[in-house]
Unconditional design. Structure first.
Length: 349
């Protein structure tokens, strides 16, 4: 009898123990309980969302670290988490052709806002940044505004063509990552536009005088920029003694235009119509005819070539008479001088 009783006792005890084990195994399903493999527990391998947290964007390098004033080169920013980037500004100017990946962002550098050497912030944004044309300024400088002979409103006047609708450039404080780069005058075009922007309002009268008293300073100004580009004065093209001695080809548009044609091979020039804008580059020469008589009345130097989203090419130029750094070509021949025409001498060499 003893053996059967002992056996039943042991089986009974085992049954009780088994119940306890089952209860223990189910206790994780009770309210407030957490499995060791449940997301968020100390043994979890992922985050509460089931994956690793997004990597915070960081820029650790930039190449090249120095850019030409005229921009146009491809820049590569390296770092981590950069696939979030959709827009870039350099010195507050939007870059084009932005392509982002996890480890790098590439873009085409814009020109420096006023073609001035120095450091510039590179800001990377999560949202796209739409490029917009540079805004013009005007100044009477040395009293040259009236010599343009304009009949319409000036570009900063109420009758001007309205600025295209576009989102404002975002503040760098909202960037997801930043770094810095520097601009320098690396090329002949850089040196030409650096000079043009330095003297569009502040005339260099010490070296070249002003031709406003004899009809206008536009050709004098454009030719100064060409000398800054590297052109050398010669017997048939010169301005000496602070403007006291000068050739008509330097100071008078109707003499300058045919002289450029005659010396096209020497300077690597091509004469182009207003419809050939796809060939125009920063630093090229623009001639304007206000009255349709075939003789130029005005000349400027191209300071920006901007392609709109619809493919329209806009040309901005710097000039004296009217003094301005980014005058819009189409506005000049429609609003300011209705019926005017324009053509180019592109510098292809």
């Amino acid at each position: 009898m003893t053996a059967p009783i002992t056996r039943r006792t042991l089986l009974s005890l085992a049954g009780i123990t088994g119940v306890g084990l089952v209860a223990a195994a189910c206790s994780a399903d009770e309210p407030g309980a957490r499995s060791s493999t449940e997301p968020g527990s100390s043994g979890a391998t992922g985050s509460a969302t089931g994956g690793a947290a997004a990597e915070r964007p960081s820029a650790t390098g930039i190449e090249p670290a120095e850019l030409p004033l005229a921009g146009g080169v491809t820049v590569t920013v390296t770092g981590t988490g950069l696939s979030a980037v959709s827009g870039v500004t350099v010195g507050g100017v939007a870059a084009r052709d932005v392509v982002a990946g996890a480890g790098k962002v590439t873009f085409t550098a814009p020109h420096q806002a006023m073609y001035t050497a120095g450091s510039a912030d590179v800001a990377l944004f999560a949202e796209p940044v739409e490029p917009v044309p540079s805004a013009n300024q005007t100044s009477d400088g040395n009293g040259s505004q009236a010599n343009d002979g304009q009949v319409g409103a000036t570009q900063d006047g109420a009758a001007s063509t309205p600025t295209p609708t576009a989102a404002p450039t975002p503040d760098a404080s909202t960037a997801v990552a930043t770094t810095t780069v520097s601009y320098a005058a690396q090329t002949p075009v850089d040196r030409q536009l650096e000079y043009a922007m330095r003297h569009w309002a502040d005339y260099n009268t010490v070296e070249y005088g002003t031709m406003n008293p004899i009809g206008g300073d536009c050709a004098n100004y454009v030719n100064q920029t060409l000398e800054a580009r590297g052109w050398e004065q010669r017997a048939d093209w010169y301005n000496r003694a602070g403007g006291a001695e000068h050739s008509p080809t330097w100071t008078y548009c109707p003499a300058m235009d045919p002289w450029l044609d005659q010396n096209a091979a020497a300077f690597g020039l091509t004469r182009r119509t207003s419809d050939e804008r796809e060939h125009v580059r920063v630093g090229d020469i623009v001639m304007f005819d206000w009255n349709g008589n075939g003789s130029p009345d005005h000349t400027t130097i191209v300071s920006e070539v901007f392609t709109e989203a619809d493919g329209t090419i806009r040309i901005k130029s710097a000039s004296h008479n009217q003094d301005g750094p980014y005058r819009d070509l189409d506005e000049m021949i429609t609003v300011q001088h209705p019926g005017g025409t324009a053509w180019f001498h592109t510098i292809d060499a």
